[in-house]
Design a protein. Structure first.
Length: 182
């Protein structure tokens, strides 16, 4: 099987279900941004971080493929069985955030991204996640989107922020606190 099909050479692509849409369609932007996010999660996993974080991030990558499949489907035409998100997927992120947050000092300032590659990749992923969330919310205004997709992306961006703080703490890297110049 060849990786190229030549069917997209004129700026159109197919959704699961066969519907052809322009490559700039908000649905394509949505799942393309989720794919970009998944690549950043891979960069975080490739860093020198705790094995527990790597395990959770692997789970996140799997869920992002699930979200991508959901977003790549035409909700009115696809008959294909698509994997779905579960409340437990969202709860895992919440539990991990609560666990990490309980081990961190209270947050008293905004945090500037940076400190190490791992921390910076967490912040990049968080920003891409927020963009994915905005695109998916936009898509949901015009087409069906499973509600758990939006909730998951919202929690994931928060998880990535706390993960950045936790990695910094584990590596004894001081947070870059933003102190407003007034």
């Amino acid at each position: 099987m060849k990786i190229y099909t030549k069917t997209g050479d004129r700026g159109q692509t197919s959704l699961i279900g066969g519907t052809r849409v322009p490559k700039h369609h908000v649905r394509i932007e949505s799942y393309g941004t989720v794919d970009e996010l998944n690549s950043y999660i891979g960069l975080i996993r490739d860093q020198d971080i705790d094995a527990k974080h790597k395990d959770v991030l692997k789970e996140v990558q799997d869920r992002l493929f699930t979200i991508g499949a959901s977003l790549a489907s035409d909700p009115e035409k696809s008959k294909m069985k698509i994997p779905d998100l579960h409340n437990a997927d969202i709860e895992l992120l919440e539990q991990e955030m609560d666990r990490m947050d309980s081990e961190l000092p209270p947050l008293r300032h905004f945090i500037l991204p940076g400190g190490s590659n791992a921390i910076s990749f967490c912040h990049l992923a968080r920003c891409v996640c927020r963009r994915a969330e905005r695109l998916v919310v936009h898509l949901a205004e015009e087409s069906f989107v499973e509600e758990k997709v939006i909730i998951y992306l919202n929690r994931l961006s928060d998880y990535l922020f706390i993960l950045a703080r936790k990695i910094g703490s584990e590596h004894k890297i001081a947070e870059n606190e933003w102190i407003a110049r007034v």
